[in-house]
Each structure stands twice: as C-alpha cells, then as structure tokens.
Design a binder for this molecule. Structure first.
Ligand SMILES: [Zn+2]
Length: 245
C-alpha cells in the first residue's frame, strides 16, 4: 500500500468540479471521481502543469466518468426521497423482476418474472423495508457464490477458507491472500451471474498469484477465457448500484 505524503489540496477546476491532489508514492497519475470532486494522486515532486495537462489530455474520458457518477448520485438521491409503493421493479443478477405484493406469504420469494413480497412490508418505513430486501438479496448472492466456489474448487483446486459480503464503494471483490479469505461486494447481486463468476475466479486466482502480473492473467485466462468481456460489463456499472426502481 502506498503511504500518503500529504493531505488533498485543491489544484484545479474541471468544468466547475474541483480537482484535489494528494502526493503519494504512486507510479503514475491516478484519479477517482466523486459526485462533487475529482481526486488525483501523483508522486511527490510531480509538477502541477504535468498533472493539469494530463487531465486536459484526457478531457473526454474525465467528462464521461464525471457525468456517469453525477447521474448515479442523482438517481440515488431521488431514491432516498421515494416511498415504498413507488417501487415496481427489483434488479437481481442483471434481470429486472416485477414487484408483486401478496398477503399469503411471509417472506420474499422469487419467481421467473416476479419477486413476491409480503403485503405487510408496505407498512414498514423505508429503512426497514430496504433492510428486508437487502437480506433477501444477500442470501441469494451467498447461495450463488457458495455454489460457484464449490464448482471452481473442483475445477481448479483453488479454495478460500471463508468469504464475506459487504457493501463496498470501489471494489467488486478483494482477496486476503494470507488468510485465504475473499470479500465480495453486495452490489454484485445486481450484475449478470457470469460477471459474478468472473469476480469469483479472479479473486480465487489471487490465492496463487497475488498481483496483477502476467502470471495472474495467464491463470485467469486459462480458467475464464472471456474475462475481458465480463470486465467490460462490470466497468459499465458505477458503485453503489441502484436495485429498486
Ligand atoms: Zn485483482
């Protein structure tokens, strides 16, 4: 991990969005986007003009990313102001299910096109409602990951001791090589199963090849030749994903 050498300092305005620079021991200029700011990091001693040129040379990419993250932020804010009865769809494994309320059930059930939700949930406040939905989603994701870990273990011999699921803002998954544990992002439940599978095998490969070097990609493409396609699918999503509409 790179050690931070300075606090973020505002260095530039990009179309009205402030750009903050942090100096740290990084190989090249890195950048991340937030709805209200762009964070850039560069190694100590890098001239400001080089960083600003870099931003302007990548203007289109910066605009595109910024717009995407601002849109998502607006969607999320709009969602926070919604009420339960306005939700008509749930996104799960890349597929939209129609929300149907039923009085004859007391837990959430998935059918081919619908997700059945107990009628009583409509009376909950939004926070509790979401908690129940999240629990359901997490269980579905857990089941899927569990199955696929078994599959990949038989196929590759790669095995993690434990996995956890957390809501994360930047990573789809991460692997602690020493502990042989994997952490998966809750929002994986919103992408197609094949893309989840890619993240599973990606993290499993790290048990053998810790870094993203040639050895890692050789291993990955051996087990999952179409990984570039799934990477693209995952790149299209901005975290956290919205799943109630
Ligand atoms: Zn990785």
């Amino acid at each position: 991990m790179a050690r931070a050498l300075s606090y973020p300092v505002k260095i530039y305005e990009f179309d009205g969005t402030p750009v903050y620079l942090t100096l740290k021991n990084v190989k090249r200029i890195n950048y991340t986007f937030k709805p209200d700011r762009i964070n850039v990091s560069a190694k100590p001693g890098t001239e400001l003009s080089i960083i600003i040129n870099f931003i302007e040379e990548n203007r289109e990419r910066f605009q595109e990313k910024l717009e995407k993250i601002k849109n998502r932020d607006q969607q999320i804010k709009a969602l926070e102001n919604q009420n339960i009865t306005s939700f008509s769809k749930l996104l799960l494994f890349g597929k939209e299910y129609n929300i149907v309320y039923r009085s004859d059930i007391n837990s959430i059930k998935l059918a081919s096109k619908n997700v059945y939700i107990p009628e009583g949930y409509k009376e909950l406040n939004l926070e509790f409602y979401k908690t129940y939905i999240d629990e359901f989603i997490q269980t579905e994701l857990e089941k899927y990951i569990q199955n696929r870990l078994k599959y990949w273990y038989h196929k590759t011999g790669l095995k993690c001791k434990k996995f956890t699921i957390r809501k994360m803002k930047t990573l789809w998954g991460s692997c602690s090589v020493n502990k042989a544990t994997i952490r998966f992002n809750f929002y994986l439940a919103m992408v197609p199963k094949k893309a989840i599978d890619y993240v599973i095998i990606h993290e499993l490969c790290h048990l053998k090849e810790a870094n993203h070097q040639a050895g890692f990609y050789n291993l990955l493409s051996k087990y999952f030749p179409s990984y570039k396609f799934e990477q693209k699918i995952l790149k299209q999503k901005v975290l956290p994903c919205q799943y109630l509409f």
